[in-house]
Design a binder for this molecule. Sequence first.
Ligand code: AHM
Ligand code: MG
Length: 331
Amino acid sequence: MVIARKVFTLDEFTIQQLRNFHNATGELSGLLRDIGLAAKRVNVEVNKAGLADILGEAGIMNVQGEEVKKLDLFANNQFTGVLQHGISCAGIASEEWDDFIAFDDDASRQSKYVCLFDPLDGSSNIDVNVSVGTIFSVYRRLTEKGTSVNLDDFLQPGIRQVAAGYIVYGSSTVLVYATRRGVNGFTLDPSIGEFCLSHSDIKCPAGGKIYSVNHGNFYRFDKKVQRAIKKYQCCTAQQGGPYTLRYIGSMVSDIHRNLLKGGIFMYPPTRDMPHGKLRLQYECNPFAFITEVAGGLATNGHQRILDIVPTALHERSALFIGSSNMMEEWK
Ligand code: AHM
Ligand code: MG
């Protein structure tokens, strides 16, 4: 007898996906389960941030020279911990650690994957109750199984991602992940403490009406970006407009919304940040992978994000990402 199911949990879904590959070892499912577990723990703390002493600044700077919030530290420790204690990840790199970490126990050394993550993106928004998120990506290691991972494993172009995803800690907590087979979203059901499939086979609409950019930087953008923004502001209905500006300043939420509704998100280079602000490996690549699998596009204004070969762990990049029709001038 087959029992009809209405709800699939993240674990059930990833295990079901495994059945499509007879050579699959289940390591990727294990990795996603570990990430889901850390996300649930971070979710609990984010939700009570206003109550607990965990709110506020930790008083130290991260490797990017930015102030670290306590929840950043908590999230970083949670994701590092679950991946270290799991058996599906050979090493990690995090926006919050200076260097990558090789997991040198026997089980981890046998794993074929490395994971890169930004444990709590948009954390300057926590104090004012705005949604924040976690971003992650998974690569197959280049080094031999059984050995320690090295820097080359973490400096692979985004096109080599095996999976990428994000968690939005918002009005509900949603985990979205992509493999080459598709993009699926899972909403945390607090009553059972499980991520349940809520957005299956996400496709980014080809067109959109939303543009997302920090307008305060307008006079620090180059002329091409300024012209594009003016076009969004002036377009008539005949020209595809009117457009609407939506910018939360928390890229996980901004891109999540645009992915579902259609739109473009831009973090162009500015006079002060000629290489852009966002990190190629922790922020741009995972979103570029998810967006492309969903049918959209992502570039740095000149080159496809996924083709860029990183030269350093904390490299920055400009980012133009979103609905394919809105990306015409940024291809
Ligand atoms: P963070 O990693 O320090 O949190 O910074 C990344 C965030 C993104 O989520 C967001 O899109 C961007 O910074 C906002 O920057 P700005 O305030 O310059 O517009
Ligand atoms: Mg970040």
